[in-house]
Design a protein around this ligand. Structure first.
Ligand code: HMG
Ligand code: MG
Length: 307
């Protein structure tokens, strides 16, 4: 049974741009956020409050949030908008809250090697680090989303056990994350493995609290999303024009292109609230700025047929 409606979490501005070596100016990032909001997206992951030494591209995090909060166009949208940010530790959380952030995401991994490479600690240490963040967030009324990376494979250790993904996801849920986003960080998953994973997770976590986050490195993302929806998932991460990757997962390409996802959902009669033509405008804007061929097949087809 497929969902009637899907919530799309746009991660291009964070997951996409974090992978760009050339620093993108803040006015370009804000223009992109405006175009994405104009397309109907209401959840736009804006940045990460991580160490600028680890991810220099996102060192403007404070200014990004302040610019969003004082932006007249974004404030004039007559709908509830959400601009979550990533916070790896208490320092990031405190900085995010001081800047005016209203929702955060913590990020763990199902692979020890990836956890060490990405956040410089073991999985258990990361959970210990997250507990006080969740406690403080609860006191402040800040919702916290939890990511689990490497749910279908790890760039360092290869296979990742389903039981390990279930264990880490359950821990994040138990400490208070309202939603767990399952990251196929290097895009190696296939539909049958996706179905198997979600089926195991559903024994522990209500499917309405799960989301999927498919990088499209092996071209499997849309197929995996379809398998996820058939398993009951209705929260899906995507990146406009397929921007990005992970700086700590060599060779990983961007998330499924939001345009391709919206085209598929529109064609299946599943509601997203997003205007595809406006979304294509946003993807075209950032692709042109980066001097990059648009990573969305749908955008390329539509833009080419328009000339
Ligand atoms: P560390 O070096 O172990 O941190 O890094 P530390 O606590 O030892 O501190 C070292 C220095 O960093 C200190 O500064 C701290 O103040 C500073 P110094 O004294 O040397 O001047 N520092 C900070 N500065 C600003 N903001 C902070 C912060 N924390 C410490 N929050 C740390 C540990 C977690 C900070 C580091 O590993 C880090 O920033 N990692 C982030 C990596 C990252 O952003 N990865 C990409 C996002 S995850 C992803 O893409 C996957 C996902 O998309 C899902 C999927 O696809 O699977 C979510
Ligand atoms: Mg990612």
């Amino acid at each position: 049974m497929l969902p009637n409606k899907v919530k799309i979490i746009e991660v291009g501005v964070r997951d996409g741009l974090q992978n760009e070596s050339k620093v993108v100016p803040i006015d370009v990032k804000i223009k992109l956020i405006e175009l994405l909001a104009d397309s109907g997206l209401s959840v736009i992951e804006a940045t990460s409050f991580v160490s600028p030494k680890w991810v220099p591209q996102l060192s403007d995090h404070k200014n990004i949030i302040e610019s969003i909060n004082s932006n007249q166009y974004l404030s004039s949208l007559n709908k509830e908008m959400n601009y979550p940010v990533l916070t790896p530790n208490m320092k990031g959380f405190d900085n995010a809250i001081s800047a005016g952030v209203k929702e955060v995401a913590i990020f763990a991994a199902a692979s020890e090697a990836f956890s060490k490479s990405n956040i410089n600690c073991s999985i258990d240490e990361s959970i210990e680090r997250f507990i006080p963040i969740l406690e403080k967030a609860k006191d402040l009324g800040i919702p916290v989303r939890g990511y689990v990376s490497c749910v279908l494979g790890c760039p360092f250790q290869g296979e990742v056990k389903v039981s390990q993904v279930v264990q880490v996801s359950k821990k994040l849920k138990d400490i208070g994350c309202y939603e767990i986003s399952l990251g196929d960080t290097i895009g190696v998953g296939t539909p049958s493995k996706t179905t198997q994973l979600i089926s195991a997770l559903k024994n522990e976590i209500d499917v309405s609290h799960l989301a999927v986050h498919f990088h499209d490195t092996y071209g499997q993302a849309l197929a995996n999303i379809l398998a996820s929806m058939q398993s009951g998932i209705s929260n899906i991460d995507a990146s406009v024009s397929g921007l990005g990757g992970c700086p700590y997962a060599k060779g990983a390409s961007g998330n499924v292109a939001t345009e391709d996802l919206v085209y598929m959902l529109d064609g299946m009669g599943i509601e997203t609230g997003i205007n595809l033509d406006k979304l294509i405008k946003a993807g075209d804007y950032i692709s042109q700025y980066l001097g990059r061929v648009n990573g969305s097949k749908v955008a390329l087809a539509k833009l080419n047929s328009a000339c």
